[in-house]
Every structure is written in C-alpha cells, then in structure tokens.
Design a protein around this ligand. Structure first.
Ligand code: UDX
Length: 437
C-alpha cells in the first residue's frame, strides 16, 4: 500500500520505518527540516535501539522517503497522523495544535476512498471532530482512530508485533470499509496472530487513555506501598514479588522507585482528568490526581533520602547521578524524574554531576546549568554519594568493589531498586533503596 506518516518524532519515525519494513511504500512528512534531512540520510533524530539499522535497511529498498511538503501525501491510500499532543502550558489539558494542523494540512491532498488514521493520543471526542473536517473536504474519505501503544526503547518490536490492534471506526462495525484497508496495512502482524478489535471512535480514543492511566496507577500503587514499607521497616520489592505471583495482579509495572516520567504517562493522565471534567465525569477520575501526587512525591523523597545519606546536609556534597533519561534505552528526558531530582539536589547546594549513555545532549538543552559527564568512570570520581536514577544495564552491572576505589565515600542510593543490596553492603557501601529497610 502507499502510506503517509505525518509527524516523524518518537512515534512517527518508528511507524514509518516499520510500515516500510512490512512492505508498504511510505512517505514520512514533518515540518522540521533538520529531522527530515537526518531521516532521509537513514539517521534517527533520537535514540531508539536498532532504528538506525532499520532505516538503512528499508531505505535501500526505495520504499521509504521523507519530505517537509504535505503535497507528498497526495496519492497515498492511508495517512497516519503521528504528531505530538503535549500538555498545554499551565493547564492539564492536551494541546491539539499539531493534530489540528496536520489534519487541516492534509485535507487538500485527500482522494475518494482514502483513510486518515489517527495514532496520536487525543482527548475523547477529537476523532469525531476531525472526521467532520475530513468529510466536508472529501466526503468519500474515512477517519479512523487506531491508538498506538508502543514503549520507547522497544518501539520497533512493539510496532511490528503489537499486543493488539484497535480500530475505531464511525459505526463501530466490522463491515466499515476502512477495516479492510487497515487489515491490509497490518496484514503481517494479523497473520501472526495479533488480535484486533473494531470499536467506535470514542472507545478507541478511550482505550489509550485508560491503558496509560492503568499503568500509571499500578506504578503509583506500588510506590504508595513503598512509602508504607519505609514507615513500617518492610521491603517493597519482596512485597511486589509476592503480590505479583497472583495472576490477577501480575509482577509487571510493580517496580517501586522514583516514579514514572516521559512524554506519555504524566501528561496523558492529566489530559484524561481535564477531558473527564469537560464531560462532567470528573469525579470518576479524581483518583488520578492522587496517582499523580504519589508519583511527584517520589522525587521529593529521593532528595530527602540523599540528604540523609550525606549525613544531613547536601551543601557542597559531590553527588553523581547515574542516568538522565526517563527510562533506559531511550534518550528522552521529557519529564524525567532523574533530571528533576538532579536539578533539586543542585538547588539544595549539592555539587551534582549527571551521566547517561545517550541522553546528555537532550538533558543539557533542558537543564543547561547542571554539570554533565559522559564517561561513567570520570563522573563517579571523588563522589560523596552515587544516585542510580535510570536503570541502564551498564549501571546495573557496576562492580561495587571496583567503584569503591574511585569515590570519596561509599554511599549509594538505588532509585530503581535494581542493585544487589547484599553485594553492595558486603563491598562496604552504605546502600539505600526505596521502600526497603
Ligand atoms: C508508555 C506506555 O507503556 C505505552 O504503552 C504508551 O504507548 C506510551 O507510554 P513509555 O512512556 O515509553 O510508554 O514508557 P514505560 O515503559 O511505560 O515507562 C513509563 C515510566 O514508568 C518510566 O519512567 C519508567 O521508569 C516508569 N516505571 C515503569 C516505573 O517506575 N515502574 C514500573 O514498574 C514501570
């Protein structure tokens, strides 16, 4: 099929490359000339494992190109909208400027039978509004909502082998003409057994908001348990292991630590609350306010623990923060708890050095006043305390005996509960986890 992907960020660039990998002819469109130039040279404008290789592989087939010109959409059968929906400044709601601009920009290039497929995370009701625009311009085109569930760091696998596909069509019916079109787009994952659900458009939009809210709630639940464990002298990691053995609960997303960040969960739960308020259903989601509050409390708690670890004062203490990205295998620092903790520590008088394998350039753009050091062994020199805040494999693998010779004091705060506490203590370190004795 001939496919357009509008928006070439974390979602769109991966989607475009994966659609080409599935055998389609794809043009990725973005307003950012630099991004388009990089992608045209088979270079991802951000770090995502294996994306560079995939871009090279599919560009060699001639099936993938990029453009800044929306006219490149003309002639495609399917147009995916993959632009961002950030949080509005000073408000909880989602900013739909980019989604609206992408849809409006596409209208002149639509032909009868075309399918416009929204993938961005939007407030429920957006799809029907955009469908109105599409219909007025091209009555024989369709607008479908097909939410994306990919995780950064696993984006390619999640796109090529999703857990499920959800198609939100105007009448919620299997017989809707856009269903057959999307089935052709996703023929490969469907053939390998990916389940697909056809729903109406509001349900499809809500599936995404509900999924992210559930994940955020699960993380904040275990972080709330971590607070209680700390007060009671219990161990939240053992508690999570034990409750996670119940199939109904499951162990995934029960990692207590410094909480969730990134470009999705925090802003999506806030946008969901805002939208529920507009719909008069705000009471239904008041619990998400608590989910958000528990999450933000983690960041303050880590700063307090770091101060405790440094014998009651952060003033002049050399603190090395291991990790700046909001999660490992990503260079994304949007709402990164690691970086927000690093900035707080510095404000409170600590001499902070931040290191990360991939995210330092993005981190420096967001927090230019922090000190960054790319090399881990240099970053830890003479540190009074180490804080592991993003669980990159190389930090999990650090050898406490080797490190002991570089630092000033043997103090480590494990913000992700991923280090072997017994091993670090045996090597002489004062070890603190979160929600652990
Ligand atoms: C999330 C959703 O998982 C994905 O389905 C959706 O499409 C986009 O939002 P992503 O933001 O890439 O994906 O990251 P995810 O793996 O969900 O992690 C989100 C945050 O939660 C990270 O900061 C991570 O460190 C944190 N987290 C995750 C925890 O603190 N504990 C956990 O147990 C799991």
């Amino acid at each position: 099929m001939r496919i357009t992907v509008i928006g070439c960020g974390y979602l769109g660039a991966v989607h475009a490359a994966c659609m080409a990998k599935l055998g389609h002819t794809v043009v990725g469109i973005d307003v950012d000339e630099q991004k388009v130039a990089q992608l045209s040279n088979a270079r991802a404008p951000f770090y995502e494992p294996e994306l560079d290789q995939l871009l090279r592989e599919v560009q060699e087939t001639g099936r993938l190109s990029f453009s800044t010109d929306m006219a490149a959409a003309h002639g495609s059968d399917v147009h995916f909208i993959c632009v961002g929906t950030p949080q509005k400044k000073g408000e909880n709601g989602a900013d739909l400027t980019f989604v609206d601009a992408a849809t409006e920009g596409l209208l002149p290039f639509l032909s009868p039978g075309d399918v416009v497929v929204g993938k961005s995370t939007v407030p429920v009701g957006t799809a029907s509004r955009l469908a109105g625009l599409v219909q007025t311009n091209e009555p024989d085109a369709h607008l479908v909502w097909n939410p994306e569930f990919l995780r950064e760091g696993h984006a390619i696998a999640d796109t090529l082998h999703p857990d499920r596909l959800v198609y939100g069509v105007s009448d919620g019916s299997e017989d809707h003409p856009a269903v057959a079109v999307l089935d052709e787009v996703y023929a490969a994952p469907l053939a390998s057994g990916t389940p697909r659900l056809v729903t109406d458009r509001p349900t499809a939009e809500l599936v995404k908001a509900a999924a992210n809210s559930f994940l955020a709630t699960k993380i904040s639940f275990i972080n709330a348990m971590a607070e209680v464990c700390e007060a009671a002298g219990a161990d939240v990691t053992q508690l999570a292991d034990a409750i996670g053995m119940d199939d109904r609960i499951g162990r995934k997303f029960l990692h207590a630590g410094i909480g969730f960040g990134g470009g999705c969960l925090p802003k999506d739960i806030r946008a969901f609350m805002a939208r529920a308020g507009e719909l008069g259903a705000d009471q239904a989601l008041t619990f998400l306010r608590e989910v958000d509050a528990i999450n933000m409390r983690r960041r303050t708690r880590v700063v307090e623990l770091a101060r405790d670890l440094c014998e009651g004062s952060l003033l002049g203490k050399r603190v090395t923060v291991l990790g700046a990205a909001f999660k490992p295998d990503s260079d994304d620092v949007r709402d990164s708890p690691a970086l927000s903790i690093a900035a707080q520590l510095q404000l409170q008088g600590a001499v902070v050095t931040v290191t990360d394998p991939k995210a330092l350039a993005n981190a420096a753009r967001r927090f230019p006043d922090l000190h960054y050091e790319a090399d881990t062994s240099t970053a830890v020199q003479k540190a009074d305390a180490l804080l592991l805040l993003t669980e990159w494999q190389e930090y999990r693998d650090l050898d406490p005996y080797e490190l002991a010779t570089s630092v000033s004091s043997l103090r480590v705060l494990d913000g992700r509960n991923v280090l072997d506490a017994a091993k670090w203590r045996a090597a002489g370190w004062q070890y603190r986890g979160l929600g652990r004795p």
